[in-house]
Write a protein that binds this ligand. Structure first.
Ligand SMILES: NC(=O)c1ccc[n+]([C@@H]2O[C@H](COP(=O)([O-])OP(=O)(O)OC[C@H]3O[C@@H](n4cnc5c(N)ncnc54)[C@H](OP(=O)(O)O)[C@@H]3O)[C@@H](O)[C@H]2O)c1
Length: 330
């Protein structure tokens, strides 16, 4: 049972694993448990593993290298994002997706990952100073040279998808998509479908908010992305947790958890969509995998969407500064 990433991308298991939370984006994480989670994912048949060179300033790629050291490289479809600039104080410094930067970033990623090729290579954000054709052209050259297998994109809008696909086939668009982030449905998802581009959905659990495990009492260190994310603040959080409570009722009737229903809903949106789940512990991974056995009926989907209607979330999915960098939100 696999799903194809677009018409030209690789076949992957229907769920992917995102490693971001294993390197500090969600506060401190247990590295050994992260590695054990990658192993458990591979053992369960998961193939798509997503990282970014800027997650933990390279640390996430080193974690993935260590996790794959005792495994067959062919088991994994490695997806790497590049282009996001960091600073030594853990901050963010814009985007660089110039062709020369692409070549520089990939050289470091290959070294850190300890591999001779990356399966899907993608700019994390559109660089406003660089035409997408140039960035995609640079990745296409890396494909010709054997360092990369497929081009991916992240958080871009329909027009950028079209321009990029005119240069080289695009395997998948990685973009936030969940019951409470449905912005792609109007234009971006139809454009991806028309162009034969798959969708790798992140934030399917809205970074834990839509998992059934979140509580208003949870304290977050400033280094945790969610400490600054609008949906996790004050009144927004209280309102969003009421939606989660309502969803719990629907999930319990199906003998499932909130997280499983949230994942199964995205899985049911189309065979061309692969949820990339951010589990960083084996226990969470096993819960997420349970979504594959949950077959939602048309009635279930209608009830879920009545319970959490499109646009019901309080607060944007990123803060104002980060929203302004999203080509997908233009
Ligand atoms: N392209 C982009 O712009 C972009 C942006 C963000 C992420 N991503 C990618 O997408 C991946 C997933 O993203 P995400 O962090 O937004 O993921 P998510 O799956 O929406 O949320 C993951 C968080 O949910 C919590 N959780 C609760 N129950 C869970 C369960 N059963 N399974 C998994 N997690 C559960 C975990 O928190 P606890 O560990 O605290 O329990 C975890 O930190 C990332 O790792 C990254 O590779 C891409």
């Amino acid at each position: 049972m696999t799903r194809n990433l677009g018409t030209t991308g690789p076949a992957v298991a229907p769920l992917g694993l995102g490693l971001m939370g294993m390197s500090g984006m969600y506060g401190p994480a247990d590295r050994e448990e992260g590695i054990a989670t990658v192993h458990a994912a591979l053992d369960a048949g998961i193939t798509l593993l997503d990282t970014g060179d800027f997650y933990g300033m390279g640390d996430n790629e080193l974690l993935l290298r260590d996790a794959l050291a005792a495994r067959d490289r062919g088991e994994a479809v490695i997806s790497v994002k590049f282009g996001a600039m960091r600073d030594p104080a853990n901050g963010w410094g814009g985007v660089d997706a110039r062709p020369e930067a692409v070549r520089n970033f990939v050289a470091y990623s290959l070294k850190r990952l300890g591999t001779d090729h990356i399966d899907i290579y993608r700019p994390a954000r559109l660089d406003p100073g660089v035409p997408i054709e140039e960035t995609v052209g640079a990745i296409a050259q890396l494909i010709d040279e054997g360092y990369v297998r497929h081009v991916g994109l992240s958080e871009v809008g329909a027009e950028t998808l079209r321009r990029a696909a005119a240069v080289h086939p695009i395997a998948d668009l990685q973009i936030e998509y969940s019951l409470i982030s449905r912005g792609i449905e109007d234009e971006i998802l139809p454009a991806a479908r028309e162009l034969g581009i798959g969708v790798t959905a992140y934030g399917v659990l809205s970074r834990g908010l839509l998992s059934g495990h979140w509580s208003a009492a949870r304290e977050l260190p400033p280094s945790d992305f969610r400490a600054h994310a609008p949906r996790f603040q004050g009144d927004n959080l209280r309102r969003n947790l009421r939606l989660v409570d309502a969803l719990r009722g629907v999930a319990e009737e199906r003998g499932a958890t909130v997280a499983q229903v949230a994942i199964a809903w995205v899985l049911a949106r189309g065979e061309d969509i692969v949820p990339v789940i951010g589990a960083r512990r084996r226990e969470r991974l096993h819960e997420a995998l349970g979504a594959l056995d949950l077959r939602l009926t048309g009635d279930d989907i209608a009830r879920i969407e009545d319970t959490v209607p499109a646009g019901a979330a309080a607060g944007e999915r990123y803060n104002e500064h980060a929203m302004a960098q999203l080509d997908s939100e233009r």
